[in-house]
Design a protein around this ligand. Structure first.
Ligand code: GDP
Ligand code: IMO
Ligand code: MG
Length: 420
């Protein structure tokens, strides 16, 4: 099993690259996160954003699995299914759900919103999809799973959990109206019932034992990992490669390549530290040229330079074997650009990510020469501008990992493989 995951704060282009690589794999499996994700695919005039469904869904021969580590909102899932039905209904025959997937209840979303409102200035900047509260109920052993839907006591358990949420909500001064949301939610449950459920651990391990290729698709990014990200400004799941093992039931020794994806610069949505963040014209340039607006919430993405200590940290934690650089085309037209190669903290230089990622941390930059060429029609690595190749080779030297793919545009076709 190979794993593809983000090395930054999400939105590195995971959806695009999974779609590109899907024909090489029998199964694409999401292993964590939920509809806080927004994975964009583009080919020709076709543009689509996926939230819960794996990004191999539009490829003819690929089975797509939503694994146990994922949390699913029945309403968002129902809407995703309905859109895909209009585009390519038969694709849905290749979508399987793990019975162990936890359900996001309407009250989880309300709890998310109430918690964020109460935090005021210190809010996480959550996508408000109910992710945190759902994982809290999972680890608190209160959650409801897809496999529970067909049990006789499903309604009883739903009401029990809902009432528990009502009790918690009394602590907040937060108004809500559940009726409409609940109705939709139960329609979503009916949609889930129409899908094939599997014991994903057996299903994926059996496929691997039969030499079928499996790609685990990450959501969010390493710096949003619950353990190793910029806590507390993180999401509530393990976004790192180890998360693919727990999120699918596949043992570590069956992990093959770990494909680490990063943008040629950095972005972040929501609150939290971002050492290389730009507040100037360069930041605006990256935002406009890279269309840096959230695929899930439409929020502006904060933009900044590539952060090498953070990238090396992500490479280490995930055991990345191949790197994928996206949005190389967005840097085109910049005379010069920068990369943080170290941090200065209270006068001391370090290349390690510190415990506290805060305003005391000053990036130390190395400047690079830019290029003017439009890269989007380039099809071979050799034809890329020397300045970009120089940048890529610098990244390879710093991380000790080869850059395998360079993405030069949002379209499937705008993808350059090296050594292939
Ligand atoms: P994900 O969450 O990691 O799947 O990434 P998103 O889909 O949220 O955000 C990535 C955005 O960049 C999407 O709009 C993609 O269509 C777009 N994109 C992906 N790769 C490239 C690239 O190489 N160049 C440009 N210009 N856009 C890209
Ligand atoms: P993809 O898979 C970018 C961010 C939110 C917020 C924090 C916690 O498209 O890369 P949550 O909703 O999980 O409680 O939010 O994490 N976040 C993402 N940022 N891309 C994502 O997913 C994200 N999923 C969550 O903005 O700061
Ligand atoms: Mg995204």
């Amino acid at each position: 099993m190979d794993v593809l995951l983000g090395l930054q704060w999400g939105d590195e282009g995971k959806g695009k690259i999974v779609d590109v690589l899907s024909p090489e794999y029998k199964i694409i499996a999401r292993f964590q996160g939920g509809p806080n994700a927004g994975h964009s695919l583009e080919f020709g005039d076709f543009k689509h954003v996926l939230h819960s469904i794996p990004s191999g869904i539009f490829r003819e021969n690929t089975i797509n699995v939503i694994g146990n580590g994922v949390v699913l909102d029945p309403v968002i899932f129902m809407n995703e299914v309905s859109k895909i039905k209009d585009i390519k209904a038969e694709a849905l025959d290749r979508l399987y759900l793990s019975r162990k997937v936890h359900l996001i209840l309407p009250t989880h979303k309300i709890l998310d919103a109430a918690s964020e409102a109460a935090k005021g200035k210190t809010k996480i900047g959550s996508t408000l999809k109910g992710i945190g509260p759902t994982y809290m109920d999972k680890t608190g052993r209160n959650g409801l799973r897809i496999g529970d839907i067909l049990e006789d006591n499903f309604m009883e358990r739903y009401n029990f959990l809902k009432n528990k949420h009502f009790e918690i909500l009394k602590q907040y001064d937060f108004k809500f109206d559940l009726r409409e949301q609940e109705e939709e939610w139960f329609r979503g449950i009916e949609t889930i019932k129409q899908f094939k459920t599997v014991d994903a651990a057996y299903y994926i391990n059996n496929a691997l034992d039969n030499n079928e290729k499996v790609l685990a698709e990450g959501a969010q990014g390493t710096l949003l990992d619950i353990e190793f990200g910029s806590y507390p400004f993180v999401t509530s799941s393990n976004t790192i490669s180890a998360g693919a093992n727990t999120g699918l039931g596949v043992p570590p020794r069956k992990t093959g390549d770990v494909l680490g994806i990063f943008k040629s610069y950095c972005t972040r949505v929501g609150s939290g530290p971002f050492p290389t963040e730009l507040f100037d014209e360069d930041g605006k340039y990256l935002q406009n040229k890279g269309h840096e607006f959230g695929a899930t919430t439409g929020r502006e993405r904060r933009c900044g330079w590539l952060d090498m200590p953070a990238l090396k940290y992500s490479v280490m934690i995930n055991g990345v074997t191949k790197l994928i650089m996206t949005k190389a085309d967005v840097l085109s037209g910049m005379k010069k650009f920068k990369v943080a190669t170290a941090y200065k903290i209270n006068g001391e230089i370090t290349t390690e990510v510190p415990y506290e990622f805060n305003e005391n941390l000053e990036p130390v930059y190395t400047e690079f020469e830019g290029w003017d060429d439009d890269l989007t029609k380039t099809t071979s690595y050799d034809k890329l501008p020397a300045a970009l190749k120089n940048y890529i080779e610098f990244i390879e030297k710093e991380t000790g990992v080869p850059v395998w793919i360079v993405s030069v545009g949002p379209d499937r076709g705008e993808t350059i493989f090296r050594n292939k």
